[in-house]
Design a protein around this ligand. Structure first.
Ligand code: GAL
Length: 696
């Protein structure tokens, strides 16, 4: 007995001592929230690292645009946010209430709602599991209660979203007896989001609402607002097989003319380079003896050229004579890894790209493989001459490549639009769209939806299909995405590869071209007001469920894709009346409907009062165009149509116009449409206008 009580005593002592020493090492950190702009607060907790996502991206917040938004109070109970620094790491706790839903936290492919999930936000290609390994491991979440939280750290971040249950919880889970209680759960109720950052401090941001969309818009504006692509970037893209030469490329382009299929961008894959994987960034002079002439020939046909690159430089590249000191201790595919955290690297690569590629008319890049895959990428023990830790390098590599490219084109006063595989917070204003090789159509659409929570863009590119039905269904969705692109790099497919659906594919590609004025306005709203052009339904209305397979384009269009094998589907309509895009007929009012539209069309619905400006012909990318303006519904309505020169940065100096399109019912009960003039001296690209009142 004495022995047992002695044992108990010493056990208690050990526990108390451990607890005390833990308390001693653990430092509850006090901090205060500093107001940065209307509805944006920052706190520096512990000792934040000098390098973080925003400092690496170097972007400036759009303070005026944020201040013009509806005012917002600090949206979280301040005393329920806890910070501790312990063991060289920062521990964060944010509260969650019972009904709250959490969205965001990287580019997820299978889930929209993140509550109940555990993630390690880590830059990577997507491998079929939503575990935080992501092309865009963006440490930002947005709550259905209308606020957002951003952890401005370029480290791998662990996050438990409503899974951890604390002893000091204010709303503890009931203790249940598994033997007898059927309500027992292995994951009892958790009332917090907990975060672990492997650094002794961090910058935190809270973004207010009032709506969930407002919180996302604030986050986007704080990173400089969304990108505004050139108009040509919103046309149809086609990427050619890897080893195509100039003659094959021109023949491919000819095919588009023959098939009367639109084309604004042609993409060249690795074979334009003399060597690739690792890359030379030099033309292969056998396949492309006259790149300048070729690019001019294409440009004369209204086609822009986009080139594939990856970051790893061949030892045989001319670039290496100066770049070598600014590369890593490790290689990838025997290629040198440029240290983009160094000014010299950016100057050397920037000068090379400008002189050899931009100056001959290349209009943008597809920056592949900067997301990484552990088995071929540099390990986290790699060293870089800038001394940026390899982990931070991994988290921000794709972003730094985007930054250099963005600046190169900006210096020329030309806009670019391209593709990238890796990104992070801070890059919203960089004009690059994420893609990958994963190729699940359904998951591609969930990724498109998720991109809208985290300030990124995603394209569900089309490559190949096992059936004409799948081909058409994929083409239909890609035409309602940030880049309407066929990536034929390995399959050599063409839009007309399935003749049985050639007409339907051409119809949707032409529809894409006609929608450019509407899409361009959506992007202007992204750039000026931070509102994502492609939007999750859960950003638009308070649906009780997560919606993974339908989304909005701008305020007015709802897209409800069908996938191979489906003949009908449910559509969740947000509040208000909704109309069929093609017929103008009323389809429902704040309800769930079932549609069975046939193969020819992707279901598209328009909100009551929706005004959709559409180009009559395919000339919108270049100069003047005629408009047909479609109107849906019965009420008076108005819409702001954005326009500018479509290709330079002059809009940043005020060279743009917002024109008001109005619909009003006259005394005879007829609907009439009108359009305001652009202010004097402002861009005016619109020719003839026709109004179509779709709802009869
Ligand atoms: C892949 C990329 C493809 C294609 C290919 C070329 O990494 O995802 O789209 O560019 O490389 O080798």
């Amino acid at each position: 007995m004495k022995y047992i009580s002695n044992l108990l005593f010493s056990l208690c002592l050990i526990t108390i001592t451990q607890f005390l020493s833990m308390e001693a090492a653990s430092q509850k950190v006090s901090f205060h929230w500093q107001k940065m702009a209307n509805g944006v607060w920052k706190a520096e907790v512990g000792k934040p690292e000098a390098k973080n996502l925003l400092s690496i991206s170097g972007v400036s917040p759009k303070i005026k645009a944020i201040n013009d938004m509806p005012s917002a109070n600090f949206p979280i109970a301040e005393n329920e946010i806890e910070v501790e620094v312990y063991d060289g790491k920062t521990y964060l706790k944010f509260p969650l209430d019972k009904t709250e839903k959490i969205f965001g936290l990287g580019l997820n492919f299978k889930t929209v709602e993140q509550r109940g999930r555990i993630l390690r936000l880590h830059e990577d290609h997507y491998d079929g599991v939503d575990n935080g390994r992501s092309h865009a491991p963006i440490p930002f979440y947005v709550s259905s209660k209308g606020y957002g939280v951003f952890i401005n750290s370029a480290r791998y971040i662990d996050i438990w979203v409503g899974t951890g249950v604390r002893v000091d919880s204010k709303t503890p889970a009931d203790v249940r007896d598994r033997n007898t209680d059927p309500k027992w759960s292995a994951s009892p109720y958790s009332d917090n989001v907990e975060v672990l950052i492997p650094a002794e401090g961090v910058e935190l941001f809270v973004f207010g609402g009032p709506s969930t969309l407002d919180a996302v818009s604030r986050f986007n504006l704080y990173q400089g607002g969304g990108c505004l692509p050139p108009k040509w970037g919103l046309g149809f893209w086609h990427r050619t097989p890897t080893l195509f030469n100039d003659a094959q490329l021109l023949e491919e382009v000819e095919g588009f003319t023959k098939h009367q299929f639109p084309l604004t961008v042609i993409g060249l894959e690795p074979g334009w380079q003399s060597k690739s994987y690792p890359c030379t960034y030099e033309w292969d002079n056998k396949r492309f003896p006259d790149p300048k002439g070729l690019i001019k020939t294409l440009k004369d046909k209204g086609i822009y050229t986009n080139l594939w690159i990856n970051p790893y430089i061949s030892p045989d590249a001319k670039l290496m004579s100066t770049l070598k000191p600014f590369t890593s201790s490790h290689t990838v595919w025997s290629g040198y890894i440029p240290d983009y955290a160094m000014k010299q690297t950016n100057t050397i690569i920037g000068n090379h790209l400008k002189k050899n590629l931009l100056d001959i008319g290349v209009s943008g890049f597809k920056m592949d493989e900067n997301d990484g895959f552990d088995f071929w990428l540099w390990p986290d023990v790699a060293k870089f001459p800038s001394k940026m830790p390899a982990e931070m390098m991994r988290q921000t590599y794709g972003m730094m490549m985007q930054k250099l490219n963005t600046q190169l084109y900006r210096t020329e006063n030309k806009r670019t639009y391209g593709l990238v595989r890796g990104t992070n917070a801070g890059a919203t204003s960089f004009p690059f769209v994420i893609y990958n090789d994963y190729y699940s159509h359904r998951d591609f659409i969930t990724a498109l939806i998720n991109s809208s929570f985290i300030g990124t863009l995603w394209t569900p590119e089309v490559r190949s299909s096992g059936s004409a039905e799948d081909w058409l269904r994929r083409m239909q969705t890609v035409c309602f995405s940030p880049i309407a692109m066929l990536n034929a790099w390995s399959d050599g497919t063409k839009p007309w590869t399935f003749p049985e659906v050639e007409k339907e594919v051409a119809d949707v590609a032409n529809l894409r071209m006609q929608l450019i004025p509407y899409l361009y306005t959506c992007f202007a709203e992204y750039a000026f007001y931070g509102r994502p052009p492609f939007r999750a339904m859960n950003l638009v209305d308070a649906f009780p469920n997560e919606i993974k397979d339908q989304y909005m384009v701008g305020d007015n269009l709802l897209i409800a894709p069908l996938f191979t094998g489906e003949i009908s589907r449910k559509v969740f309509l947000p509040k208000g009346k909704w109309y069929d895009f093609y017929t103008g007929k009323l389809v429902g009012d704040s309800e769930v409907i079932t549609v069975a539209p046939g193969l020819a069309h992707i279901p598209v619905f328009v909100k009551e009062g929706g005004i959709i400006p559409m180009a009559v012909n395919n000339t919108v990318a270049e100069g003047k165009y005629d408009l047909v303006i479609k109107y849906y519904g019965e009420k008076d309505a108005s819409y702001q149509l954005y326009d500018d020169d479509g290709k330079t940065f002059n809009y940043e100096k005020g060279d743009f116009s917002w024109r008001t399109l109005s619909v009003k019912r006259d005394q005879k009960g007829q609907l009439n449409g009108s359009i305001s003039l652009p202010a004097t001296g402002k861009p005016d690209n619109i020719g003839k206008i026709t109004w179509e009142f779709k709802t009869k």
